[in-house]
Ligand binder design. Structure first.
Ligand SMILES: [Zn+2]
Length: 137
């Protein structure tokens, strides 16, 4: 039996990887790098423990046979992290398009709007709630 077949057989009925596990591994790498930076000044056992805990948790989740519970955890993680990821994506988009577009919020429904940068005052209609309002650039 080849190595990959063995792995496949071992993982049958087990949960495997998901986005929460990737986050846990990312967190472990973060603690590891932070520990390298800090170790010169204060040896930090706490960071080392956090790092080990994240890896252990990720391995436990990948090996788990309780697939429903792990999927529920992943759903909770996704629901929690989605707005945070969206916020960062928006900031990157705003920065990239800063010369072309001005971003503003609709005063009525708080939707994010993008207005082409051309000098002066503009009347804008919100595509979401159809409310009109003025934007000065
Ligand atoms: Zn609106």
């Amino acid at each position: 039996m080849s190595f990959m077949e063995r792995v496949r057989q071992f993982m049958t009925g087990r949960y495997g990887m998901d986005s929460f596990n990737i986050f846990l591994i990312g967190a472990a790498v973060f603690f590891w790098l932070l520990n390298i930076l800090i170790w010169a000044f204060v040896p930090s056992l706490i960071l080392w423990l956090l790092q080990v805990a994240c890896i252990a948790w990720a391995i436990f989740r990948a090996m788990s046979r309780n697939i429903n519970m792990r999927a529920l955890e992943n759903r909770r993680y996704n629901n929690f992290s989605r707005p945070i990821k969206m916020w960062f994506k928006l900031q990157i988009k705003k920065f990239r398009e800063r010369k072309e577009y001005k971003y503003c919020k609709c005063p009525a429904c708080k939707a994010q709007l993008r207005v082409k940068r051309s000098k002066g005052g503009h009347t804008v209609r919100c595509p979401k709630c159809k409310q009109e309002f003025k934007v000065k650039i």
